[in-house]
Design a protein around this ligand. Structure first.
Ligand code: SME
Length: 160
């Protein structure tokens, strides 16, 4: 496993996702423990993109429970259908929120969060966890992030 990430500092976002993916693949390939893999993926994303908050909520019984993350402390439990995370769980799809103030029921773990993207991971057709990324800037995520983060989630699904 590579001990160091190598992503071109001057590269655009799409290129960074392209460079990161095989390195994440290598990073998780020899490890079967889910928490260890989620922790490293959160750290790699923080390191590469300097996201304000990036982490995971894991489905446990009827709630999402906070998993490995990088960033300020966050809410520990989210109900099905609540907030952006609970909505991505309920609707089984990626949700991109350009302005969190415009999303009914958004859960403000940090008042600094302005835009957000949540990507669900599936095990046997059911959501097993979600990846949540927050920005302190409005409209900070686009289709490139959606495609890049979904590829990373597909990678993690292989480890569920
Ligand atoms: N904003 C999320 C809650 C999680 S925090 O952003 C880390 C939501 O509305 O589900």
């Amino acid at each position: 496993m590579a001990e160091e990430l190598k992503v071109s500092v001057s590269a655009g976002k799409a290129e960074k996702y392209r460079e990161l993916l095989p390195q994440l693949e290598a990073l998780v390939s020899d490890e079967t423990d889910l928490i260890a893999n989620l922790a490293n993926v959160a750290a790699a994303l923080k390191q590469t993109f300097d996201f304000f908050w990036v982490g995971f909520y894991i489905v446990k019984e009827n709630q999402l429970v906070l998993g490995p993350f990088q960033g300020p402390i966050a809410c520990t439990r989210i109900d099905f259908g609540k907030g952006v995370c609970g909505t991505a769980w309920k609707e089984k799809r990626t949700i991109l929120v350009p302005d969190v103030d415009e999303f009914p029921g958004h859960i403000a773990c940090s008042s600094l969060s302005r835009s957000e993207i949540v990507v669900p991971a599936f095990r046997q057709g059911e959501v097993a966890l979600v990846m949540d990324v927050d920005s302190d800037r409005l409209n900070d995520f686009d289709e490139t992030d959606k495609a890049g983060l979904e590829q990373i989630i597909r990678l993690l699904e292989g480890k569920l």
